[in-house]
Design a protein around this ligand. Structure first.
Ligand code: AHR
Length: 517
């Protein structure tokens, strides 16, 4: 096990080239310990002369020697908090500690600790010029993953969620050089402003061009975009998401959507670069490397040194995304150092947290099969394409690809209660099954309280004795039901036509099936 770990790190370093050689001392120095990884990205940045001044992760240590807390969770039942640490120094998150602390209730992530020793922790963002606050905190169960085979949780940013630190230590200001990287879920994004990680204003206001330098990920085209339909990694430099030297379009910034995405940004006097790659394998591509944008206010820069996650500099909080780890450095990292960091990220072994398919475990992909015979046993719950209604329709493996995808759901921990479940559309990330006036729709999670309630269903034994029924969390007498091929929440007898007692038990009982799409 230890030998395999060392081999993995050694392979990663060899793949990374020259800079990796600098890190071999670290490797041999700690080879006798029992941890999974003997060095982290911040050891590599340090060896390259550009130390981390902020290092945030909910999944793993970012230094080989780090053995402190990664993040803090708060549970709803009694508002108690708990720091979540590591399984061993330099290793992976102790996700089981979160599971047991939050059992039977829900938890949010309250603090992302800074591992760099600079005290640059991230906490709940306050209101700002664009939107009031405080912002929402991330549900601690929404982004399950495995890293190096170990269960962990990322930071799932629904619109309205944001973290900030306006009182930092060692983060670049003015035109000082810095670098940063983050690992995002490349399939979780939107066009809202602005899913960012990096340097921003210290007063939560838009203080002008060049006052930010943060990684952005999503398909917002208000300021800049790249080739294809997005999403893109861009630089949020304030009043502009830049995909290259021009405002607007830059062809060299590609659409990127690998499940785990490494995004990198660095900036110094009249110089900056944007890079990215698949966090699971392969190297980095350079999307831009050159002078500051040809627009006023960005040269020299006016960085202020706050750190944001999930929001824009002025607390614009309409974006969504998922963050697993990220750092900010002092100084402009070399490409070779960044390549070595990418090799380290590859070796960490990020994987989907899905524990299988066709199961009601958060992260799993499923299709929900109706059980009412004889009409409906080949029908599956799906969203329409023409409108946002939810129906059942006859679907099988030979159905058109879109139909199969429309009938496929990603199981999520319940947005309003993590002991229950929510269902995110597999082909419309960020849109969830929810009821409105007792009818089911596919809607965006807008971060507002009622949405979470309307989108949360508690699984119970099937009302007909078959499969599973899904009880509405805010209308507990009502269950997810199909009626005349349309989906509702329905009670067994009631004022709506779909509350009819005829076939109610069968109509509210579903099979969690293998995903069609
Ligand atoms: O630069 C894009 C966004 O513009 C910033 O994040 C925000 O502060 C402003 O609204």
């Amino acid at each position: 096990m230890i030998k395999a770990s060392i081999r993995r790190v050694r392979r990663a370093l060899l793949a990374a080239g020259a800079t990796a050689v600098l890190a071999v001392g670290l490797l041999t120095a700690t080879a006798g310990t029992s941890q999974a990884a003997t060095q982290g990205p911040c050891d590599i940045y340090l060896a390259g002369g550009t130390p981390c001044v902020a290092a945030h992760s909910t999944t793993r240590a970012l230094y080989g020697a780090y053995n402190g807390p990664l993040y803090q969770v708060r549970r709803a039942s009694d508002n108690a908090t708990r720091d979540i640490g590591l399984l061993s120094a330099g290793g992976y998150a102790d996700a089981a500690a979160q599971d047991s602390f939050c059992a039977g209730t829900s938890c949010v992530i309250t603090v992302l600790y800074d591992q760099s020793g600079k005290g640059n922790h991230l906490t709940q963002a306050p209101g700002g010029g664009a939107a009031g606050g405080p912002d929402n905190l991330a549900n601690a169960f929404e982004a399950p993953v495995t890293v190096g085979g170990h269960k962990a949780y990322g930071v799932y940013v629904a619109p309205g969620t944001g973290y900030r630190n306006n009182n930092t230590n060692g983060i670049a200001t003015g035109d000082q050089p810095e670098g940063m990287y983050a690992i995002f879920d490349g399939t979780h994004f939107n066009g809202g402003c602005c899913f960012d990680y990096g340097n921003a204003e210290t007063n939560n206001l838009d203080t002008g061009n060049g006052h930010m330098e943060a990684l952005y990920f999503g398909n917002n085209k208000s300021w800049g975009w790249g080739s294809g339909n997005g999403p893109w990694v861009m630089a949020d430099l304030e009043n502009g998401l830049f995909s290259g030297v021009n405002r607007g379009f830059n062809a060299n910034d590609p659409s990127v959507n690998s499940r785990f995405l490494t995004a990198m940004l660095k900036g110094g006097p009249n110089q900056w670069a944007l890079r990215g790659g698949d966090a699971r394998s392969g190297g980095l591509s350079t999307f831009y490397n050159g002078v500051r944008p040809n627009a006023t206010g960005y040269n020299p820069m006016h960085k202020e040194g706050a750190i944001i996650l999930g929001i824009g500099g002025d607390n614009s909080k309409w974006a969504q995304g998922t963050f697993y780890e990220g750092v900010m450095t002092q100084g402009y990292p070399s490409d070779a150092t960044e390549n070595a960091v990418q090799a380290n990220i590859n070796a960490a072994g990020y994987n989907s947290g899905s524990t299988g398919t066709g199961t009601l475990t958060p992260g799993s992909r499923i299709s929900l099969q109706a059980t009412t015979a004889p009409c409906c046993t080949s029908h599956y719950l799906r969203h329409n394409d023409a409108d946002n209604k939810v129906v059942i329709s006859n679907t099988n493996s030979s159905s058109p690809t879109t139909d199969k995808a429309d009938a496929t759901w990603i199981v999520r921990a319940g947005l309003a209660n993590t002991s229950c479940l929510s269902f995110e559309s597999a082909n419309n990330p960020g849109r969830f099954l929810r009821h409105f006036n007792y009818e089911l729709y596919l809607d965006f999670d807008n971060g507002a309280g009622p949405f979470a309630q309307d989108a949360t269903f508690c699984p119970t034994r099937g009302n007909s004795g078959v499969g599973t029924s899904f009880q509405s969390v805010n209308f507990p007498t009502k269950y997810l039901r199909h009626y005349n091929y349309t989906a509702y929440i329905a009670s067994n007898g009631g004022s709506n036509s779909w509350d009819s007692g005829t076939s109610w038990a069968a109509d509210t009982s579903w099979l969690a099936a293998q995903p069609l799409g």
